[in-house]
Design a protein around this ligand. Structure first.
Ligand code: 0O2
Length: 257
């Protein structure tokens, strides 16, 4: 179905739509760059002296913006890989394993906090070398078995390199958090060079995602930490969510048989 656009409103100007979209795209990209730099500047100002911030911007602002653009490209690459896998699996099994794909670029203030927490210099170089989750792709599936199937299919691709695997499904975190985290390196092809970029992929079921979203909301709602009883309650909810996943998987297997 054709989307409504300027060319349909003004059929005598067929180029208008593309030109308009290109300009909007440029304006949106410029605006998001400016706002990302403003947030970064505010975050730095809260943590460093004025002079250090001025110096940082003089030296690092442009390479920082370039690096963030490369991460956005890498997220697009990985997102496309999952969209293709979803299509491929749907042809083979007549069902789509992916419910939702979300992408996010780590917030500048979280990047800076992580560098400071690890006692690393706040430089573009250390962001690229030591922060593995600047680019994040979250893949949400219906059933736990689909997570392994998708992770294996991604890692079989010959341009994807596994950097790190954290299996919080088989070994949940103390909080009750469950997800499979893979750090992968993928190539992005720029006009004059190829660059390997790291992307964190988080795989979750709908139930794991539901728990993680609510837990995050509850934990960060209050300025003070949760009580032991509240933490225990969250852990118990995570176990109920895991039990739901097991039962739904069994049900799904019995229907397929
Ligand atoms: P953001 O910027 O908000 O997305 P490492 O990368 O190994 O040096 P890190 O970052 O602590 O150390 O890695 P970890 O714990 O493996 O994964 C961090 C991310 O997993 C978090 O992003 C969350 O998205 C998720 N996560 C981990 N533990 C929990 C948890 O207990 N509850 C919830 N809701 N999510 C969790 P950030 O760090 O918040 O960064």
């Amino acid at each position: 179905m054709k989307k409504p656009g300027l060319a349909r409103l003004f059929p005598c100007f067929p180029l208008l739509e593309t030109e308009y979209e290109n300009r909007m795209c440029r304006i949106m990209t410029d605006n998001s760059r400016i706002s990302s730099l403003t947030t970064l500047e505010q975050a730095l100002q809260a943590r460093k002296s004025d002079l250090t911030v001025q110096h940082w911007f003089h030296e690092q602002a442009q390479p920082y913006q370039e690096l963030m653009a490369y991460y956005r490209c890498a997220m697009m690459e990985v997102e496309t890989k999952f969209r293709v896998l979803n299509e491929a699996f749907s042809l083979q099994y007549d069902s789509n394993p992916i419910e939702t794909i979300k992408t996010r670029l780590k917030k500048p203030e979280n990047i800076i906090d992580k560098l400071l927490r690890y006692n690393l210099p706040v430089t573009v170089e250390s962001i690229e070398n030591y922060i593995n989750d600047v680019a994040g792709v979250r893949v949400i599936c219906a059933f736990p078995s689909e997570i392994d199937m998708l992770a294996e299919a991604l890692l079989r691709q010959d341009d994807v390199k596994l950097v790190q695997k954290k299996d919080y499904i088989r070994n949940p975190k103390e909080s009750g958090y469950r997800s499979l985290h893979l750090i992968v390196a993928v190539p992005i092809f720029l006009h004059d060079k190829k660059r390997m970029m790291k992307v964190e992929v988080q795989f979750r079921t709908l139930a794991m995602d539901w728990w993680a979203s609510l837990e995050h909301k509850l934990r960060y709602k209050k300025s003070h930490p949760l009580t032991e009883q509240q933490n225990d309650s969250l852990l118990a909810c995570s176990e109920i969510a895991a039990e739901l996943d097991r039962r739904m998987e069994e049900l799904n297997d019995s229907i397929d048989r």
